[in-house]
Design a protein around this ligand. Structure first.
Ligand code: AHR
Length: 525
């Protein structure tokens, strides 16, 4: 007793922390729904340098590009197998007039991007540039219509332009160099209609939705549109209730926006300079999306017991203060392991509701909020969030396998830090270890585990409950310090690496020691 006490004290004095024992149960005999790959959707808005300098530099740029798309970013996204991309906003969508973004570049009118920094938008990236990019990436497009300041006619014509094989809009498209329709399926009827999309009441927006959707025509009966209503933010359950009641089956889905943000008034905190409390608070806030999802779903169930209408989290992610000396309207923020955990834990939750959540779009793909990629002139870096998306690729379109964790440390996350007006009053709890798992079409099991604990290692035993493991391999993401990030000077500080420390035991369990602050994905055959 005395000896072990002294040993523990000595180890702690050396900075070596005790291991915590955790049991993970994978219930392979009870498979759930297919995890729609669109849960891994991206969001690209005309905001800061997401489009210009991020995705697009133009064909004349000295930065290596293919037809104007910057190659380093394009290749990194290709590697991620992005399934779907939302465009052109966000708030920008409700000021965007699509006809300004087609035809010869020199004739395209300019506009002021009033939402984001008041910069002049030259419309050089428009419908063709976006939809061709999606085609090159092999991803679906999700296009948000301008409801706030546009017209029904503009919406109807845009869909005709993108999807009709023949007719006046198809002729115009062909004149602009594109013969075949793109067949865009996902159509957003406005964005944040309760705010930057027109400051509407839910009753009014519901009627507007019904009117707009009437003129969103199917130009190919085999490929019907999927119409998305601009949904609630966070805890605005009334918005969902009114839309479900008044729009009903005229929509295919209703959206939800949920940002991991300190509050909407004042400072949102630094993306890189934070203490342990900030770190845990942030993860607690990210995980608090789960009760929010449940409440919105239960309201939807009231009106749609057969689950014909999907819930889409079409904007989510961290939102901190912009990096010093950057334009406050550009929402350019750095990314650390804290963001990686927000990504992993949020995706774990989305998987759990895979029967109802059919799409999520992290905000945003490049240079804005919790992005995959940051660029500066000709330099590019991949964020820790990028590596989570990379490690989670096998879960796309795989079958959800329920899992549970026993023995994980749970800490309370106090709500008193909130200064926003939309916050829920409850306090929260955060589990240090979280897990998700799925089975792919080849029968391989993938298990993703997060150890958010800043100090403690986790000795994990995974019980596969009947699934016979013959081989296990893995990938790990971790960092020296919670505040570390990839910079343009040191872009490879945090990146995922092969992980070979998981072992299959004689009793069929898998064991592994997870370092503090790490994320692991295992492939089990
Ligand atoms: O992602 C940034 C902005 O956040 C979007 O434009 C808007 O929809 C939301 O408020």
């Amino acid at each position: 007793m005395k000896k072990s006490f002294f040993l523990l004290s000595a180890l702690l004095a050396l900075g070596v922390n005790a291991k915590n024992n955790v049991a993970v149960n994978i219930d392979a005999s009870n498979p759930g729904a297919k995890i729609n790959k669109n849960i891994y959707g991206q969001f690209s808005e005309h905001l800061g340098s997401c489009i210009y300098g991020g995705l697009w530099v133009g064909p004349e740029s000295p930065i290596p590009n293919k037809d104007g798309y910057r190659l380093d970013v394009f290749n990194a996204l290709k590697e991620l197998q992005v399934p779907l991309m939302r465009w052109p906003g966000g708030c920008f969508a409700d000021e965007y007039h699509w006809m300004d973004g087609i035809g010869p570049k020199e004739n395209r009118p300019r506009m002021v991007n009033n939402n984001w920094g008041g910069v002049v938008e030259d419309n050089s990236f428009g419908t063709h540039e976006f939809l061709n990019l999606c085609e090159l990436l092999g991803c679906d497009a999700y296009v948000s219509m301008n409801v706030g300041s546009g017209s029904v006619q503009e919406t109807a014509q845009w869909i005709e332009y993108m999807n009709a094989a023949d007719g006046p809009m198809a002729t115009l498209r062909k004149q602009n160099g594109r013969e075949k329709p793109w067949n865009v399926k996902y159509i957003g009827i406005g964005n944040e209609a309760w705010g930057c999309g027109g400051n509407m009441r839910p009753e009014y927006y519901s009627d507007i939705f019904r009117r707009y959707q009437t003129y969103c025509r199917n130009f190919d009966q085999d490929k019907p549109l999927y119409k998305i209503a601009s949904g609630a933010s966070d805890y605005d359950y009334e918005w969902t209730d009114v839309l479900m009641n008044r729009i009903g089956t005229q929509m295919n889905a209703v959206s939800l926006h949920y940002y991991t943000v300190l509050g909407w008034n004042g400072s949102k905190g630094s993306a890189t300079k934070f203490d342990n409390d900030d770190y845990y608070w942030c993860l607690g806030k990210a995980c608090a999306i789960e009760p929010v999802i449940r409440k919105h779903l239960s309201i939807m169930d009231k009106y749609d017991p057969n689950h014909n209408i999907d819930l889409l989290v079409d904007e989510w992610g961290t939102w901190f203060d912009v990096e010093p000396e950057t334009n406050p309207g550009f929402l350019f923020q750095q990314s650390t392991m804290r963001d990686a955990f927000v990504a992993a834990m949020s995706l774990n939750i989305f998987h759990k509701y895979a029967d109802r959540i059919q799409m999520c779009n992290i905000a945003q793909v490049v240079n804005v909020l919790q992005s995959m990629i940051l660029t500066k002139d000709d330099k590019m870096l991949l964020t820790p969030t990028y590596f989570v998306f990379k490690m989670y690729k096998p879960h796309m379109d795989a079958t959800y396998i329920p899992s549970s964790v026993q023995g994980s440390k749970i800490i309370p996350v106090k709500n008193e830090r909130y200064n926003g007006t939309m916050e829920e009053p409850e306090n929260r709890e955060l589990s240090m270890v979280s897990v998700t798992s799925s089975k792919d079409a080849k029968g391989k099991l993938h298990i993703s585990l997060s150890n958010a604990d800043l100090k403690e290692e986790q000795a994990v035993t995974i019980n596969l409950n009947g699934y016979k493991a013959k081989k296990v391999s893995g990938e790990i993401l971790t960092a020296q310090s919670k505040n570390d990030c990839n910079t343009f000077e040191n872009p490879d500080k945090i990146k995922s690496e092969a992980y070979a420390k998981a072992k299959i035991q004689k009793d069929g369990t898998i064991t592994l020691d997870m370092p503090a602050m790490s994320i692991v994905t295992l492939e089990v055959e």
